[in-house]
Design a protein around this ligand. Structure first.
Ligand code: FAD
Length: 455
């Protein structure tokens, strides 16, 4: 096997990352330890003021980072969590400062660690600064990746770039490795087909989720002691919301609904009325007096998609896809950035073993990295009767299982910890299937919840 790039001190070539979202930034940082030169190509021009950018429209909506996501970012960018917090991001004690209602029951408010909350542009801006500080990483903003370039039938050797727009100039960027981090619309799969390879089969679960979000300034203390409220959808109610404190006393309210008829409205008055049906009374009042900082932004998320690159028998050398381009999860479970970071860690570990057969080894490792999040979000979605495509019997069983577990998590600290570990990817979800938790779920699960989502 070829040695790991960078391990011999010789020139180890050029890696190109397409897209500078979370997966692109993490991948670039990882590649810098193996390649002499790394270039990040991004279609957008980076905004000066931390605004949401065109290529990442989801940036206007809540972007919570799980504890596992934060600890994985720390591996790439040591000290980043403390830096973000010092810069104004919100550190939240879970669950003493987080009010979480899942499947109709409130998670017991026991201390289970810390979580960092910030807006997506804020997080991306800080990560981009860290990546940009690495001397041999360069950015090419305002350039669009349009096609792969090949050396021979089995090797991708670069990428064709163009400036967006009708009169855009074109150029070829030679590379020893091209990483497609272009998000869920990523072209890696189509590029394989254009090179004569099979396209990866897709697992797709249609969820038809619509988001609407607005940012506010809320004076310190005006929202009470909590720094975040999450009220999830239930089998009987296809709607949910998240209200979290982000950086510098700004908050974001993101509401979502399954199916077009339940998508949240965009007109400010209706948006508030929609939220008022779910929010606890004190927060309804807080919101009424909050200063809006943005208009209401909308986002449609039709389906969770996993592209099974890891099952392909033939893959060209020199090209891998990462992040949402491989696995895009229903955002209501808040795991996409964590999975992107875990896949970048998988890329690092694969490169440490050399470059022979890199795409195949990487896709297998990436499939493992996303497996639990894919499984969890799919099972949760399939337990909701308004998500099409699952037999009613299975939906009923799953719905009862989730609701019973959450009823137990409302009263038993061990079950609350198990649920939190599963959701934040901070511990093994296998604990949820252990005898201690199962006994508690059987004991408490039959109880009917007492209207937990309103105070
Ligand atoms: C509404 C919503 C809410 C979400 N909330 C959360 C959350 O709370 N927590 C969480 O962890 N995750 C959340 N996610 C998921 C999260 O946004 C993604 O999983 C995560 O950003 C990883 O995506 P990525 O970096 O692979 O792609 P993206 O973030 O989509 O970035 C892709 C990048 O590629 C660029 N690009 C695209 N095409 C080209 C091209 N041809 N040439 C050059 N550049 C190109 C784009 O401009 C963009 O910068 C949410 C998603 C949505 C839709």
């Amino acid at each position: 096997m070829n040695p790991a790039p960078g391990s011999t001190g010789a020139d180890t070539g050029h890696a190109v990352v397409l897209g500078s979202g979370i997966s692109g930034l993490c991948a670039a940082r990882v590649l810098a330890d193996f390649y002499t030169r790394v270039t990040v190509v991004e279609r957008d021009v980076f905004p000066e003021d931390g605004a949401t950018r065109r290529g990442v429209p989801q940036g206007a909506h809540v972007h919570s980072l799980t504890s596992r996501g934060a600890s994985t970012l720390e591996e790439f960018f040591p000290g980043i969590v403390a830096e973000l917090a010092a810069d104004g991001a919100t550190v939240v004690n879970a669950l003493t400062e987080l009010d979480i209602v899942f499947f109709g029951s409130r998670l017991l408010r026991v201390p289970l660690g810390e979580v960092l909350q910030a807006s997506r542009p804020f997080l991306e801006d800080r990560l981009r600064a860290r990546v940009g500080a690495v001397p041999h990483i360069g950015f090419r903003p305002g350039m669009e990746a349009v096609a792969p370039v090949t050396r021979n039938a089995t090797t991708v050797s670069g990428v064709r770039l163009a400036r967006p727009g009708p009169a855009g100039s074109a150029e070829v960027l030679e590379a020893d490795l091209v990483v497609d981090a272009m998000g869920r619309a990523g072209r890696g799969a189509a590029w394989l087909a254009s090179l004569g390879y099979e396209k990866p089969a897709e697992d797709r679960l249609h969820v038809g989720v619509g988001y609407a979000s607005r940012r506010y300034r809320i004076a310190p203390g005006a929202a009470g002691g909590d720094k975040g409220v999450l009220i999830g959808a239930t089998p009987a109610r296809p709607r949910g919301l998240v209200l979290t404190r982000q950086e510098h006393d700004t908050w974001v309210l993101s509401q979502y609904g399954f199916g077009k008829a339940n998508h949240p409205p965009h007109a400010p008055e209706e948006f508030h009325r929609f939220a008022a049906e779910l929010l606890p009374a004190a927060l309804r009042d807080t919101l009424r007096h909050a200063e809006p900082l943005t208009e209401v932004a909308a986002f449609a998320y039709p389906a969770s998609v996993r592209r099974n690159f890891h099952r392909l028998r033939r893959l060209p050398d020199g090209l891998v896809s990462i992040g949402d381009a491989v696995c895009s999860l229903n955002p209501i479970y808040g795991a996409g950035m964590t999975v992107a970071a875990l896949e970048a860690a998988a890329l690092r570990d694969c490169l440490a073993a050399g470059t022979d057969g890199l795409p195949r080894r990487f896709y297998r490792a990436a499939a493992k990295a996303s497996y639990l999040s894919w499984l969890f979000s799919n099972l949760a979605d399939r337990s909701l009767p308004y998500v099409p495509g699952t037999r009613p019997f299975l939906t009923g069983v799953l719905g009862q299982a989730f609701q019973a577990t959450m009823r137990a998590a409302a009263v038993d600290p061990a079950v609350a910890a198990g649920v939190w570990n599963a959701v934040s990817l901070s511990g093994s979800p296998a604990r949820l299937a252990g005898p201690r938790v199962m006994a508690s779920v059987l004991r408490h699960g039959a109880r009917r919840p007492r209207r937990p989502h309103r105070s």
